[in-house]
Design a protein around this ligand. Structure first.
Ligand SMILES: Cc1cc2nc3c(=O)[nH]c(=O)nc-3n(C[C@H](O)[C@H](O)[C@H](O)COP(=O)(O)OP(=O)(O)OC[C@H]3O[C@@H](n4cnc5c(N)ncnc54)[C@H](O)[C@@H]3O)c2cc1C
Length: 291
């Protein structure tokens, strides 16, 4: 068995100071290097022998990737950490589900080192930042050489540990639109213990007009190969008068839409059952906050 405390493989280590230098280094290594942000996923994978890059391109010395701009809407540099998100009062108030996701990340050490960019680029269906960011309609901006593209985060994930990033592409920014007035949101996560990845997580964003749910976005983590938008459940609430029986119907619908698996964290059966409760709680919380 591999001793996961030891980083035994050899690799080169470069520290660019600009975005341009970083993408040039990646081109020089022909995509056989890895960008490193906080290293909390990458170094674990390398210690386990699951990643063997020729070089690590450390992003942490690039100030142009570390910012959080409120303008309205958010522009988040990829090196922004969970801790910075958690401590931002504006995000707590206007993007409550994102605040709650950052708060739900296991430990102060991981929150301090772990970045939003790394969380998304790792491509895990359990990534805590993905459900709220997708529910808020985030887009991600990426650069390769002199080419640049921006895509909806909802389309970014392609399978467990897989994303649309090419081997040479650098994610630089996460853009989140301003929520409409009377919008409330919530993120609810269940882990085996508080310091663990999610068995199931859900983010709900609701726009309210008096007693009606004008719009609803619902995205779940750890219940499919990618963070999953449950559109059937959204449709049950959208445009309707908000009532307890509709919330119940939406939470039952979710268990039809998700495709969980058995793994070390939970069983597919339990994930389906507990999803109903988590979704109900998240809808009710988001609704109450949408004032
Ligand atoms: C003990 C422990 C607890 C954890 N708990 C949680 C948790 O509660 N919730 C959760 O969601 N995650 C958790 N994680 C996973 C991890 O901490 C997070 O996913 C974190 O956000 C990763 O960010 P990072 O900056 O450390 O990424 P890194 O490890 O630096 O990078 C992750 C991957 O993304 C790539 N990458 C990074 N930045 C870029 C970029 N800008 N462009 C292109 N590719 C890039 C890297 O090459 C690598 O493949 C935990 C991990 C550990 C070890």
């Amino acid at each position: 068995m591999i001793n996961s405390h030891i980083l035994s493989q050899e690799f080169e280590f470069v520290e660019p100071h600009t975005i341009g230098e970083a993408v040039k280094w990646m081109a020089a290594y022909r995509g056989n290097a890895k960008f490193m942000a906080g290293g909390t996923d990458l170094l674990v994978r390398m210690k386990m022998g699951r990643a063997r890059p020729e070089a690590i391109i450390n992003l942490s010395k690039i100030p142009a990737l570390r910012y959080l701009i409120i303008e309205p809407g958010l522009r988040i540099g990829v090196l922004t950490t969970f801790r910075q998100i958690e401590r931002n009062g504006f995000i707590q108030k206007r993007y409550t589900a994102l605040h709650e996701a950052a708060k739900a990340v296991t430990s102060i050490q991981i929150k301090t080192m772990g970045t939003l960019g790394g969380n998304l680029c790792h491509g895990s269906p359990a990534a805590d930042s993905a459900p709220p960011l997708i529910a808020f309609g985030a887009e991600v901006r990426m650069i390769e050489g002199d080419k640049e593209r921006t895509i909806p985060l909802e389309a970014f994930f392609s399978g467990p540990g897989q994303t649309l990033l090419t081997r040479k592409e650098l994610m630089v920014e996460i853009q989140v639109p301003e929520p409409k007035a009377n919008t409330g949101s919530a993120f609810v996560k269940l882990g085996r213990v508080s310091a663990d990845l999610a068995k199931v997580s859900v983010a709900v964003v609701i726009e309210r007009e008096e007693d009606f749910c004008r719009d609803c976005k619902m995205v779940m983590g750890s219940v499919a190969e990618i963070p999953l938008r449950t559109k059937g459940a959204e449709r049950i609430l959208m445009g309707r008068k908000f009532k307890e029986d509709l919330v119940e119907k939406a939470s039952l619908q979710v268990s039809e839409e998700i495709k969980p698996i058995n793994d070390m964290r939970s069983t597919a059966w339990y994930r389906k059952e507990v999803s109903k409760i988590l979704v109900r709680d998240a809808i009710n919380l988001a609704w109450k906050r949408a004032v």
